[in-house]
Write a protein of this length. Structure first.
Lengths: 359, 89
């Protein structure tokens, strides 16, 4: 039985797929609390949920019994400072397992742009000072938020010391020594919102999401503010996919885990408009490494659709056959044939920020 | 000893019983009273010790003035009330 976790503006929902199809199971957890990220850890079955309470700040919870009960964990904290504008946690934007060979270890990305690590299943957190203290960080800027943030953390399944980050906005950062040192990748990305002469500066790139297939982590897909880009060297350099219809703008990308040349995207009108092109919601897919794109629309609304798909709300399971997609309008869809056809699971959920298939 | 009470909106997320604690300032009272539950303290203050943007503290019926350092003076019979601001909802 498959399970899909739905992180929404009003709590965490669970959907299970039984013989009769996908069904919502039980009542939502954390009802009324905005969920900003969900991790279902394949190593030990732990669930991690990040919340952003309107009044009381960001919180982190873990369940060791598949969501039946939850324990609140400490949140990552920035270094103590007396400065009036000293950084404080604004959003938990990504949580990932730090490697199959490192049980219980996690990476966590935040706004402002902090990378934190835990070796004890979130019971304590340490700021990665080698990245936080990089002088280039002063030139990171917020993309849609007041401050820059880390939303993509890719751990190389061949070598857990090799981690690649994406920052909005601050480019692509790579460590090969577990976070002791960092290199700025992202050559070939293009930021047309920058003045002439600075559009190809890797530090100024607004990556919306970075994804890599498990079968070939050197292949990376980048849904960028200004287009879709592909890397064959683990994010050091990218080439742009051109002539992507109906739009190369969007936030989400899902990489096929077993086929390096396949990936899915959720396009929208660039740039502040951010609704489906012609009010028709589609998913685009490339099967040839980003040269050509197929448009999938079967089962998706094709009239008066104003759904936007956030960056963590288009996901694929480990087989590559099952996808799920949730929107800002509270619509939820799933596909059982790699995106060709979609089934609507709900039309009445709160705005959806993040999805996660159970491993 | 000052008395601190929490809004029911906070109690919905984490148990926050009324407590009494000694201290010369709001910061000292919170530090003493919440020493055993740093997670609850995180609902009121950020990691820099500042009052959260959308949280208010009433001290003897008036909003505290120093939201950065919580230095408002607290008397031995003071009452503090922690509640959410309408601005955060």
């Amino acid at each position: 039985m498959a399970t899909l976790w739905v992180g929404s503006r009003k709590g965490l929902f669970r959907f299970d797929r039984a013989a009769e199809g996908w069904q919502q199971v039980g009542k939502p957890a954390f009802l009324a609390a905005p969920v900003t990220f969900v991790l279902d850890d394949p190593r030990d079955g732990a669930l991690y949920v990040a919340l952003s309470h309107g009044h009381f700040g960001c919180k982190l919870h873990r369940s060791d019994d598949r969501g039946a009960t939850w324990v609140e964990l400490p949140t990552p904290a920035f270094p103590k400072s007396d400065a009036p504008d000293a950084p404080a946690l604004e959003l938990i934007w990504s949580i990932v397992p730090a490697g199959a060979d490192r049980p219980g270890a996690l990476w966590l990305g935040t706004i402002p742009g902090g990378l934190f690590s835990s070796t004890d299943r979130g019971e304590s957190w340490v700021l990665c000072s080698s990245l936080w203290n990089r002088p280039e960080r002063s030139r990171w800027v917020g993309g849609g938020y007041d401050h820059a943030g880390i939303h993509s953390i890719l751990v190389d399944p061949r070598d857990s010391a090799h981690v690649t980050l994406a920052v909005s906005t601050g480019g692509v950062w790579i460590t090969r020594d577990g976070g002791d040192s960092w290199a700025l990748g992202g050559q070939g990305l293009r930021a047309d919102y920058m003045p002439p002469g600075q559009q190809h500066e890797p530090l100024f790139q607004d990556v919306h999401l970075l994804a890599a297939p498990a079968c070939d982590p050197d292949r990376m897909w980048c849904q960028h503010h200004c287009g879709i880009f592909v890397s064959d060297d683990g994010g050091m350099t990218f080439r742009e996919s051109l002539d992507v219809a109906p739009s190369a703008f969007g936030f989400a990308v899902a990489a096929h885990p077993q086929n390096r040349d396949r990936a899915w995207f959720a396009p929208a009108v660039k740039d502040e408009c951010r609704v489906p092109v012609d009010a028709k919601l589609v998913v685009t897919e490339t099967q040839d490494g980003g040269k050509r794109f197929t448009t999938h629309r079967n089962g998706l609304p094709q009239t008066e659709a104003y759904d936007l798909i956030y960056r963590h709300a288009l996901v694929v399971d480990s087989s590559g056959a099952h996808l799920a997609m949730g929107s800002t309008t509270g619509n939820l869809w799933a596909s059982d044939n790699s995106g060709e056809n979609w089934q609507q699971l709900s039309t009445t959920l709160p705005p959806i920020a993040a999805l996660a298939f159970a491993p | 000893m000052a008395t601190i009470r929490f809004t029911s909106h906070l109690v919905r997320h984490r148990p926050a019983p009324m407590f009494t604690a000694a201290g010369a300032t709001v910061a000292e009272v919170l530090q003493a009273g919440l020493a055993d539950d740093p997670l609850l303290r995180g609902y009121v203050q950020d990691e820099q010790g500042r009052l959260r943007k959308h949280v208010n503290i009433y001290l003897d019926g008036a909003l505290i003035r120093d939201r950065l350092r919580l230095s408002d003076a607290v008397g031995p019979a003071s009452e503090l009330y922690v509640l959410q601001a309408l601005s955060g909802g």
